[in-house]
Design a protein around this ligand. Sequence first.
Ligand SMILES: Cc1cc2nc3c(=O)[nH]c(=O)nc-3n(C[C@H](O)[C@H](O)[C@H](O)COP(=O)(O)O)c2cc1C
Length: 390
Amino acid sequence: MALARCFDVEDVRRLAKRRLPKGLFNFIDRATEDDLARDRNRAAFRALTFLPRTLVDVAERSTECVLFGRRHAMPLAVAPAGPAGLLWYRGELALAKAAARANLPFTLSTYSTVAMADVAATGATVWQQLYFWSDRSLTDAIVDRARDLDFRVLVVTVDTPVLGQREYLRRDRLLPPYGPSLASCVEMLGHPRWLAGVALRYLATGGLPRVVNRPPPASGLGAEEIARRTSLCPSVTWDDIARLRQRWPHKLLLKGIMREEEAGRAFALGCDGVVVSNHGGRNLDGAASTLGALPRIVAAAGGSGSVLVDGGIRRGSDIAKALALGAGAVLAGSAPLYGVAAAGEAGASHVLGLLQAELDRTMALTGSRTIGELTRDLLGPGQTEDCHGA
Ligand SMILES: Cc1cc2nc3c(=O)[nH]c(=O)nc-3n(C[C@H](O)[C@H](O)[C@H](O)COP(=O)(O)O)c2cc1C
């Protein structure tokens, strides 16, 4: 199947599955434990239905919107996702270029395998994602570099004090115990385009991709101490966010908020937005669906900051549903990753184009000419409570 024969994101997902070794495909397609939270996110979108307006002149309509001071093609940002560089040679650059071409923001993961300056050079609107490492000076260095590169939005992920339990990564040797198994070698050989176009290309041009933007900890430390300092910090609190607010002069978002009182606290601390997120279901398998958590958070925010949402965006109509529930915009993680895995920049562009075309069609079919007209009344009574698969 070629990209031109991919008529929706699910088609692109199938193409990605054919192109990638099984372990890597699982890495982007699966979530954690039994994938309950991932499936709950999707189920919540599926359960929402529209009561469309009719007899509205929708001949002229626009998906455009303003996000954090910049006009974009639609209310969607590419979500941060660490392993894009394993799916395609310099995959983050492919994603950033696709986002730039589509006039959408691109969020760069702290675990990027491409230098922040190279991503800036694509001309994309770059939002920088931030994890806190145990050595705070390493985290501060990323913040300062983002400021120097004139990135205007910092997205702090607060839902990952430790990584989720992802047994499939262990089975596929992408977490300890590392190392190729007979099965993984057979998988790689069975995917020659990925092997030649990604793995061997890296080996021929300086080695396998690694996390490049995290500065090395102070010299002279032993391996154990280096591992401790560069590990995700499990003791991040609101005090860290308050300190970060002092350090970072531009827009600050907290990603991974699921509780309304925390959204209120974020805005009181001077944050500009929250992303209602359960990490695509990749961390806590018992987490509620993000769409289920959204309405209460929107109500609690009361307009004092932006409320974005992610988790399960596979259709343009999903974007419309999230907006009708009060979100200012969505982030999409897996969908553009399927695109980059299937066909690099062209694949990611294809996915973003599909989502925009579907959003535009949903707007027409619901009698909405502008993004602002995607309002709650479109969902009908009883659907705007926090009951959608939560
Ligand atoms: C393969 C993969 C890697 C991810 N890496 C990160 C990351 O480095 N930082 C982060 O904040 N979120 C990360 N996420 C979560 C996404 O930013 C986003 O919250 C999630 O993918 C949204 O759900 P969706 O995949 O259903 O769109 C990752 C998601 C995927 C699928």
